[in-house]
Design a binder for this molecule. Structure first.
Ligand SMILES: [Zn+2]
Length: 324
């Protein structure tokens, strides 16, 4: 396999290895058998991706921007949120951090069986990468519900019980939720300056949690859905997300256009397209701009925790969004 890049001094692919080499001016290319990344060093010393292909099979260009923080973490940002300087956000991977197998290594799940000291250290590294304080984080005890909580400065340092979506218009509050296949959805209204974060598995998706989060922004802050910018992050894709008969029925009841969301397999089972289901839900409520990462966590469990691909003993990756 040959990878061409006019800025690269050489290109080489080796199975299972990643090789970085310097290209003038301040450009680097990383090549593996399954990923190609072209990135440049930012003024902060982070590495920002210009082009990223996750998997040659997909052979698609991602909108997501890939960063490597100074403390060794790898995280993504949505291209449509990145231009807004007042928004702090990051879709973290499992890369970097201190947790041991099977939680290696940037696990932020506190209830998965990992060493609590490692989990707290990982939270500290994420905050360091984003230049925020752990005391600024408002989070939730996620239960696959459709409940949305509007939070303010009083909720910093707290975990809201029984909640799977958070919304805030308060600067200095960083919303954080945890994922291993479920869909992270980041929301931002640049007019009213409100952010939201959603954890949508199949239960939340059929119960309309993404729509409910947008409506909470409308109700609490007067947001207009057409102003809202949304990002649908890495999560289990229609390639891998097989569902049972009962879930098929719930999808058919919840979505008028269910044939576009259910993919029949050769063995008669169905795969559910959570990305498209949530995209349709946001579009139907009037959200103006929606970016879909299109990255499957089960296909890429080298980079993301995946409940399906790793089994039940695995970690959770963190997604953070807040206003400066
Ligand atoms: Zn997949």
């Amino acid at each position: 396999m040959t990878v061409t890049c006019k800025d690269a001094q050489r290109s080489q692919a080796q199975r299972g290895t990643t090789e970085a080499f310097h290209c003038p001016p301040a450009l680097q290319v990383t090549v593996t058998l399954t990923a190609v990344t072209l990135y440049r060093e930012t003024t902060r010393g982070d590495l920002e991706v210009i082009i990223a292909h996750l998997g040659f099979l997909d052979n698609r260009e991602l909108d997501l921007l890939r960063h490597r923080s100074g403390n060794g973490l790898v995280y993504y940002r949505f291209a449509n949120l990145a231009p807004y300087g007042e928004v702090i956000h990051g879709v973290f991977t499992r890369l970097g951090g201190v947790s041991a197998f099977p939680f290696a290594s940037l696990n932020v799940g506190r209830s998965v069986g990992d060493d609590p000291r490692a989990v707290e250290a990982n939270h500290g590294l994420i905050c360091q990468a984003l230049n925020i304080s752990p005391d600024d984080i408002a989070t939730a005890h996620q239960v696959h519900s459709s409940r949305v909580a509007v939070v303010g400065v009083g909720e910093r340092g707290r975990a809201i019980p029984g909640t799977d979506a958070l919304v805030t218009g308060a600067p200095g509050v960083a919303l954080m939720l945890r994922f291993a296949d479920c869909v992270p959805i980041a929301l931002y209204d640049p007019v009213k300056r409100v952010v939201g974060l959603v954890h949508a598995g199949w239960r939340g998706t059929v119960q309309g949690i993404a729509r409910r989060a947008v409506l909470a922004m409308v109700e609490a802050y007067g947001s207009r859905p057409a102003d809202i910018v949304a990002g649908i992050g890495p999560s289990i894709g229609p390639c891998c997300y097989q569902i049972g008969r009962n879930v098929v029925q719930l999808v058919q009841e919840a979505f008028a256009d269910w044939p576009s969301l259910l993919r029949r397999q050769d063995d008669g089972s169905f795969h559910f397209d959570l990305w498209e289901a949530n995209r349709q839900q946001l579009a139907q409520v009037g959200v103006g701009e929606i970016e879909v990462a299109g990255v499957c966590t089960a296909c890429h469990n080298d980079e993301f925790f995946s409940h399906r691909a790793d089994g039940p003993r695995t970690g959770r990756f963190g997604v953070v969004i807040g206003l400066r």
